[in-house]
Design a protein around this ligand. Structure first.
Ligand code: CTP
Length: 414
């Protein structure tokens, strides 16, 4: 989540002229929204408050409209003349939406699309990046349903401004209280400063597993969830890049919402190869995160194969190596980043792949590290270049994506 870049030094005023929709929900921390508004306005932002019915129990619309110089929106219709408040227009108007404080209830409704108030409908129509600052007691925050909902929202590309300083469930002590207003505002500023860093860049990202057909109902696949690749796509898009996300068969829960991500669904390694080979020449860089099957059945049975009682041998033929093929056509100025998931001799194997596939750097995860690799929400990586190496601690995949994209922008780890 975002604490890693909270306290960076920010040059210039990134909030000048920015239009912020501030969602306020029913938490005792709602009074802190006034401080957030004051700081945003001082930095030149325009703020439109959307408040839930419960939020109004904690802070009055009069206070909020006095601070923002705008009427507060809380109902679908204006009480005076029956005018309809358009959440769609708000979604187009905003440069960012910030929900602070965000209660467990609102977080749950956002994750599941329960559009029973103006704040949730505005969220569902939002075209701009969304920041969520949870505020609740520690038990509610630590509950698996809250954590699951936050992960769902993060998977949709939303930014979670975590309370406190840790980021893993095991480090939850003292957490739950909303992050301090100045840190929340710093998150937005930092986002707007980073967002520009990849403006105009085109990035190809591969994600997920590939499926290699055996017959109409069976395939050879692997456990890749696509989470790391989706987190990378969100991170690049949030920094202003145009992303082509070539994606193997991932679960229906894996969705992209960022308008700068174009998702291309493929099934087999051959389909992924064709998509990548046609896209890469027009890209500035590629990050190859997919777990591509190295082999596919030599023939695909037309009918479902029947049990015979005998041993069954399926002959496999090698698939194209997408990474090596892109490495072979890489031009000056293009960057190519690969992954290596290893179980033994990790660094030696990764260095060999770096060279063989002509990567600029390779991201190594070891299955020996707990919390790293497939199907987890966390990852622990080491980035290797031909002459350098940097090890990172265990982090949420969205945070790991930041480290990798930082390395991409620097073309290395120094
Ligand atoms: N890769 C690829 N096409 C393939 C296989 C791998 O693009 N057919 C990419 C992966 O996306 C990853 C990198 O190459 O970025 C290394 O993948 P990995 O499976 O570790 O490498 P392999 O060359 O298949 O080596 P191994 O023998 O360890 O499977």
């Amino acid at each position: 989540m975002v604490e890693g870049w909270l306290f960076l030094c920010i040059s210039g005023n990134m909030l000048q002229g920015k239009k912020i929709v501030l969602g306020i929900t029913g938490s005792i921390a709602a009074y802190k929204s006034c401080l957030i508004i004051r700081q945003l306005i001082k930095k030149g932002a325009e703020v439109q408050v959307v408040i839930t019915p419960a939020g109004k129990e904690f802070i009055t619309p009069i206070t909020l409209s006095a601070l923002t110089s705008k009427p507060v929106i809380s109902d679908f219709f204006s009480q005076r003349d029956g005018t309809w408040h358009s959440h769609v227009d708000l979604g187009l108007w905003a440069d960012a939406m910030l929900i602070a404080p965000a209660t467990a209830s609102t977080i749950g409704k956002m994750a599941h699309g329960v559009a029973d108030n103006m704040l949730i409908t505005t969220y569902l129509s939002m075209k701009a990046p969304v920041f969520i600052a949870p505020a609740m007691d520690l038990d509610m925050y630590a509950h698996p349903s809250t954590q699951q909902n936050l992960q769902t929202l993060q998977g949709y590309g939303n930014h979670i401004i975590e309370p406190g300083t840790g980021f893993l469930a095991s480090k939850l002590e003292g957490k739950g209280r909303m992050e301090e207003p100045e840190n929340i505002v710093a998150c937005l500023e930092n986002f707007f400063s980073q967002q520009k860093s990849m403006q105009g860049k085109k990035v190809l990202i591969t994600a997920g597993p590939t499926y290699e057909k055996i017959d109409p109902v069976r395939f050879i696949g692997n456990y890749s969830s696509g989470k790391m690749g989706f987190a990378l796509a969100n991170e690049c898009a949030n920094r202003g890049a145009e992303v082509e996300l070539v994606c193997g068969p991932v679960s229906a829960a894996m969705q992209v919402t960022h308008p700068h991500i174009l998702r291309i669904d493929v099934e087999s390694a051959k389909e992924m190869y064709d998509a990548c080979m046609s896209l890469y020449p027009s890209m500035d860089s590629a990050i190859l995160c997919a777990a591509v099957a190295d082999y596919a059945p030599e023939t695909v049975a037309e009918q479902k194969m029947k049990r015979t009682g005998e041993d069954l041998v399926i002959r496999l033929k090698p698939n194209p190596d997408i990474a090596a093929s892109l490495g072979a056509i890489k031009q000056d100025g293009q960057t190519l980043v690969g992954f290596a998931l290893e179980t033994n001799d990790e660094e030696t194997n990764a260095q060999a792949k770096l060279k063989k596939k002509n990567f600029d750097f390779i991201v190594l995860n070891s299955l020996k590290d707990e919390g790293a690799g497939f199907r987890t929400d966390t990852n622990k990586i080491t980035i290797l270049t031909a002459d350098g190496k940097k090890e990172y601690p265990l982090k949420m995949k969205a945070e790991v994506a930041k480290d990798i994209v930082d390395a991409l922008e620097r073309k290395g780890v120094r």
